[in-house]
Ligand binder design. Structure first.
Ligand SMILES: Cc1cc2nc3c(=O)[nH]c(=O)nc-3n(C[C@H](O)[C@H](O)[C@H](O)COP(=O)(O)OP(=O)(O)OC[C@H]3O[C@@H](n4cnc5c(N)ncnc54)[C@H](O)[C@@H]3O)c2cc1C
Ligand code: SF4
Ligand code: SF4
Length: 403
């Protein structure tokens, strides 16, 4: 088999395993599998991928394409278009408790179904007895949506069946995903405009990077859990909540967020995430993260009632949020944009320094990425020259070592 665009994206460590190429080429051509590195990869099978499909993948693969349709203009160059900026939480105590931060996304999705704005929500959830099966769920009820609350810090099978789902009925959908998932979906509907009206709302989770399944295994191993593992949660059920699971002996285990994400999961993050120009959902209607209280530049991870950071990016998103506030489904407090730097220090630094890593990648790997109109070039002006150079040289060194 000749070298396909998919193989070349994957070899350059830019493949996020989203499954969009499988949706385009069909399951006779591509199989998505978890590799030895603990990430999902597309594998070509018996059939050659035709040139027309290759061209489409080249244009829409989110590993290499993240572009802003309009230029940033006068928008805030670090945080992008913000029509509203709030700390929010669900007024339903169960949802606030179960959600990753304030249960905001779960509440928004339930309201979208209950007010019949969409027929179903496309979101990632997991099989209770197989933590490696994080996959796209089509949620139609409050129970479905609540069962998918909380963040899963591991790869997910997202778009494998996207064409089938969108063309299989007259249903309309809301989509919840990482910012790169939202980019993939936007790229997809741009290429296939017949599906544009099927996706009514997009909601992004703020994202620092996707850890490998090896990260999950390492946490389980550290706690001496015995396979098979059941009921694994990465966080939630509190804020930030604990990494919890039951093992084969029926024993229950838990590890705090600072140790699980900070010391284990975060160390296995995908290479592509290190050059990600958008962890803040620039292209979604609404982006939701944690409204961290920070001390000396570091988030305070002491358990408390959840608070989400909700960034509203479109007029449609703003209308929706206003309705949820009016119907008393969501509590909200306005936040000044100038405070975002303290609430999300990691995302702030990434938006300013990410070009150093992207330039290093392009020079060392001689591969181009289509990150267009992302506002990252003009953000260089906010960088400290010494830190910028250190980021650049550190990236070059790591890339030359093959890391
Ligand atoms: C990989 C990853 C990195 C993150 N990095 C950050 C960060 O840098 N800063 C920050 O503030 N917060 C981060 N988060 C947390 C995320 O922002 C929270 O999910 C957000 O606070 C929403 O909280 P909520 O209570 O409103 O969500 P909930 O009501 O709990 O809903 C969470 C939603 O996320 C979806 N979801 C869960 N896991 C995945 C996944 N792997 N892929 C796609 N969709 C998923 C679920 O389907 C659900 O709809 C990260 C989460 C993940 C999964
Ligand atoms: S479309 Fe998704 S799975 Fe396919 S190569 Fe690109 S990132 Fe990987
Ligand atoms: S950091 Fe960026 S590329 Fe990585 S999973 Fe998050 S949104 Fe996708």
């Amino acid at each position: 088999m000749g070298k396909s665009i998919i193989t070349s994206i994957d070899k350059a460590k830019l493949c996020l395993g989203c499954g969009m190429c499988k949706a385009i080429c069909g399951k006779e051509s591509i199989k998505m599998e978890i590799g030895n590195d603990g990430f999902i990869h597309p594998h070509k099978i018996n059939k050659e991928i035709n040139k027309a499909d290759e061209k489409v993948i080249y244009k829409i693969c989110p590993g290499i394409n993240v572009s802003n349709e309009k230029s940033f203009g006068r928008k805030d160059r670090v945080w992008g278009e913000i029509l509203g900026n709030y700390s929010t939480f669900s007024k339903d105590k169960e949802i606030r408790q179960l959600g990753s931060s304030g249960g905001t996304i779960t509440q928004i999705c339930i309201s979208l179904i209950e007010t019949k704005k969409v027929d179903a929500v496309l979101q990632v959830g997991c099989a209770t007895d197989d933590y490696t099966r994080n996959e796209l769920k089509v949620s139609r009820t409050r129970e479905n949506i609540v069962s998918n609350a909380s963040s899963r810090y591991a790869p997910a099978f997202v778009f494998d069946d996207m064409k089938k789902i969108l063309s299989g009925s007259k249903d309309t959908f809301a989509f919840v995903g990482k910012p790169c998932d939202v980019s993939a979906l936007n790229n997809f509907v741009k290429e296939f405009p017949e599906y544009r009206n099927k996706i009514k709302y997009t909601i992004a989770i703020v994202c620092a990077g996707i850890p490998s399944f090896k990260g999950t295994e390492n946490v389980i191993e550290k706690l001496n859990g015995e396979a098979p593992i059941k009921n694994l949660r990465y966080r939630g059920d509190g804020w930030p909540g604990y990494f919890t699971f039951d093992d084969a002996k029926g024993m229950k285990y838990k590890m705090g967020y600072n140790d699980s994400w900070g010391k284990i999961l975060g160390r296995t993050v995908h290479f592509r995430c290190k050059i990600c120009p958008d962890g803040i959902g620039l292209h979604a209607d609404i982006a939701v993260g944690d409204a961290w209280e920070t001390k000396g530049g570091y988030p305070d991870f002491k358990e408390k009632p959840g608070q989400s950071l909700t960034l509203v990016r479109t007029i449609k998103g703003e209308r929706l949020l206003r309705e949820l506030i009016k119907s008393k489904a969501l509590e909200h407090n306005e936040i000044e944009v100038s405070k975002l730097k303290d609430i999300q220090p990691y995302q702030y630094k990434r938006r300013i320094y990410v070009t150093a890593r992207i330039i290093a990648f392009i020079i060392v790997k001689r591969k181009l990425v289509n990150f267009k109109n992302m506002g990252i070039i003009s953000n260089i002006g906010k960088a400290n020259a010494y830190v910028y150079l250190r980021e650049f040289l550190g990236s070059v060194k790591r890339l030359l070592k093959g890391a």
